[in-house]
Write a protein that binds this ligand. Structure first.
Ligand SMILES: C[S@@+](CC[C@H](N)C(=O)[O-])C[C@H]1O[C@@H](n2cnc3c(N)ncnc32)[C@H](O)[C@@H]1O
Length: 580
């Protein structure tokens, strides 16, 4: 790997590490340090809401009562698996026994005491490891900003949970985090205490219980009884009665009935209604509606379809690297041909890494709209020469992998840049052919202006288009993130345009449909210069049969989970011309 002058050269990796804090909020879900290239978008094994979890949970030998005396040491401050990088460690002051008793990576399963007497003297049933793991994930996300998609696999591994137990822990933790907005409204309606007055670990137990009662096929009796046991386990005997009372009330209606009872009226407050029904912050619902060109007057039909399509886990889509593998090979290996991408294939079951081409780095997991965005850049007519391509924000290398294969096949060479050293390393592992990789700040170019024929700027963004991939992400984002990122996005697009020669093409890509990150950024940057034409991106992609992807203003492309089964990815195709 080389370092780009101006950003990489002469700077230590530590200098780049300092940059990471600036760009972290724009990371794509599931693409942090240590993610294995090629498998980052894969999901944990999990059962879908409504599947019957395997119960009773089986306890694993070695995960029983008898925490070592020192096991509470893990409450000491210190980074844990799944912690958000840079997040504070250690439990919040006031966190209770749950923090000490529930499992963490590196810690054995908690004491469960078997069928003995609890601390309050009540008969105690054993809480199964799947529910304890799910509780710990929910608690850690709330308490120390852990990433569920990192913590859960670590805990499953630590506890030796596989098969049905792993599926149950996944469903309970992910489903609870996703549905938290809806469940909180229901819990508030069932509790004499406000949510803020409920001890946080007890609220976690209530949320887990509400999810089981309202969105899974766990029987009501089992859902309430196991939640009462869990409350006793993690918060002592006091709250068990409270949990029992609240969850019995929750169990008195089904989800639809609770939504009718707790959500704002659909006609009077459509955004508020959809926010509660689909468990999203209202500002995100409003952002989707704005991008879709909908408002209260026109109704929010598409917005609702997008929210509904975002509720499930994303399909695992593979991408064959041109020149190294093909869609046909992936299909022969058991995947189904993708609907849109000529390189894509859907893997309905199984581990992507078990597919030979993926295991050998000749294919990888990649959202289909990401594939199309990269493909679109290569389809713009730039005349000659067409030898130098640039990926300005390449880490962890999904689009760079595909572009490097396409470049190699057409006699071109890709240069892939990322400001973060560890991300650049992932790119290095992903690309093929003659591709070069540099650690470089895209806002302070390490290359001569106007020296590339094609440039892609897949900028750090809020990730609102990929909320399906991280169950807690929707609750972590804020409008302030969007505003902060838009400044960086404008600077990166400006340098991407400067890097393209006259006649050269630039693809500006976000994994967010928020207008302030898409149309707003492109409009702001183009207002300041007269040397850029906005191309008709959907028309450039017309070679894809049946694909309709008009975005805001028509000339941009916008993909959506309901229409395309993809992340909500935005694409602007721009071309430099003399002038300005
Ligand atoms: C959305 S991700 C890119 C995803 C990538 N194109 C792919 O398909 O896998 C944005 C990337 O931009 C990088 N980045 C953030 N600020 C940057 C900057 N100033 N210059 C270059 N890269 C930057 C981040 O480290 C991150 O890897």
């Amino acid at each position: 790997m080389t370092r780009g002058p101006g950003a990489g050269a002469g700077r230590s990796p530590a200098a780049h590490a300092g940059d990471t804090t600036r760009s972290r909020a724009g990371d794509k879900p599931g693409t942090r340090a240590g993610d294995k290239p090629g498998s980052r978008e894969s999901d944990n094994p999990g059962i879908q809401a409504g599947d019957k979890p395997g119960s009773p949970e089986s306890d694993k030998p070695g995960a029983r009562a008898g925490d070592k005396p020192g096991s509470r040491e893990s409450d000491k401050p210190g980074a844990r698996a799944g912690d958000k990088p840079g997040s504070r460690s250690g439990g919040k002051p006031g966190s209770r026994g749950g923090a000490a008793r529930s499992p963490r990576a590196g810690q054995r399963a908690p004491a469960r005491g078997g069928r003995g007497r609890g601390s309050g003297g009540a008969a105690r049933r054993r809480v199964g490891p799947a529910r304890l793991v799910a509780f710990e994930v929910v608690r850690a996300v709330r308490e120390r900003d852990a990433y569920a998609n990192l913590l859960l696999p670590a805990l499953l591994h630590e506890q030796g949970l596989t098969g049905r137990d792993a599926a149950l822990a996944t469903e309970l933790s992910y489903g609870t985090l996703r549905g938290q907005g809806t469940y909180d409204a229901v819990i508030a309606a069932c509790s004499a205490r406000g949510l803020g007055q409920i001890d946080p670990p007890v609220l976690d137990v209530l949320r887990l219980g509400a999810h089981q009662l309202l969105a899974t096929r766990v029987g009501a009796h089992a859902a309430v009884a196991t939640s009462v046991d869990l409350a006793r386990e993690v918060a002592g005997p006091g709250p068990a009665g409270f949990v029992n009372a609240v969850l019995r009330r929750v169990a008195s209606r089904d989800l639809e009935s609770w939504i009718a009872a707790t959500a704002p009226d659909r006609a009077a407050d459509p955004v508020g209604h959809l926010a509660l029904r689909y468990s999203h912050p209202a500002w995100i619902v409003a952002a989707f509606a704005a991008s879709l060109g909908e408002d209260a007057a026109t109704g929010l039909g598409r917005t609702e379809a997008v929210l509904a399509a975002s509720a499930g886990r994303p399909r695992v889509t593979l991408c064959a690297v041109p020149g190294l593998a093909s869609q046909e090979e992936l299909v022969a290996a058991g995947a189904g041909p993708a609907r849109w991408s000529p390189f894509g294939a859907y893997l309905e079951v199984g581990d992507p890494a078990a597919v030979g081409a993926v295991g050998q780095g000749r294919a990888a997991v990649q959202d289909e709209a990401s594939q199309l965005a990269a493909l679109a850049l290569t389809r713009v007519d730039v005349g000659a020469p067409d030898r130098r391509w640039l990926d300005l924000c390449a880490g962890p290398g999904g689009k760079a992998r595909l572009l490097s294969g396409l470049a190699a096949g057409g006699g071109a060479r890709l240069l892939a840049a990322d400001v973060r050293l560890h991300r650049a390393r992932l790119v290095r592992a992903a690309v093929t052919g003659e591709a070069g990789v540099v650690v470089a700040d895209g806002t302070a170019p390490a290359w001569r202006p106007a020296s590339f024929d094609r440039v892609i700027a897949d900028v750090p963004c809020s990730g609102l288009g990929a909320l399906r991939r991280r169950p807690e992400a929707r609750w972590r984002k804020s409008p302030a993130d969007v505003a902060r990122l838009a400044g960086l996005q404008r600077r990166l697009l400006a340098t991407a345009l400067d890097a393209a020669r006259t006649g050269g093409a630039v693809a500006y890509v976000t994994c967010s449909p928020h207008l302030d990150e898409t149309r707003g950024v492109v409009g702001d940057v183009l207002r300041g210069r007269g040397d850029v034409t906005v191309l008709d991106a959907p028309a450039v992609l017309a070679e894809v049969p049946g694909l309709r992807c008009p975005g805001p203003d028509g000339r941009y492309a916008q993909f959506w989970p309901d229409r395309h089964g993809t992340d909500a990815i935005f694409l602007a195709l721009l071309q430099r011309h003399p002038g300005g």
